[in-house]
Ligand binder design. Structure first.
Ligand code: 5GP
Length: 114
């Protein structure tokens, strides 16, 4: 299987602004930001998308969510707020088949999402 673009970022094969990393997850700035702060946090072991996660992924996904909140706070979003987004499949606009949580903040968000 060829590596996903996010695996290449984790392996430092392509550049990215990494803001957090540990043994299970890596967080880096989105190349095409949709908000003043737009970071993606991904599992190092690729899971294609949230709807294909398995019971064995529970620890990783729980860890990823807790770290998403920590990264948001580290980036100064704790008081003003932020949004966490997982896109699954075509209608949601998923474009990279490596599970990722968008951390978006630094501006007021609309609801419902577009
Ligand atoms: P999706 O639409 O799948 O939920 O989100 C994929 C995200 O990955 C998009 O926001 C897109 O801008 C971002 N992205 C795609 N390629 C790269 C890349 O090479 N580097 C970085 N940092 N982000 C990327």
């Amino acid at each position: 299987m060829s590596k996903t673009i996010f695996e290449k970022i984790i392996a430092r094969e392509i550049p990215a602004q990494i803001v957090y990393e540990d043994e299970l997850v890596c967080a880096f700035r989105d190349v095409n930001p949709q908000a003043p702060t737009h970071v993606l946090i991904v599992p190092k072991q690729p899971i294609p998308r949230i709807g294909e996660a398995q019971p064995a992924d529970e620890k990783t996904i729980g860890h990823l969510l807790l770290k998403a909140a920590e990264v948001a706070a580290q980036l100064g979003l704790q008081q003003t707020g932020y949004r966490l987004v997982f896109n699954h499949g075509r209608d949601a606009g998923e474009s990279v088949p490596h599970l990722h949580c968008h951390i978006l903040g630094g501006r007021k968000m609309a609801w419902p999402p577009g």
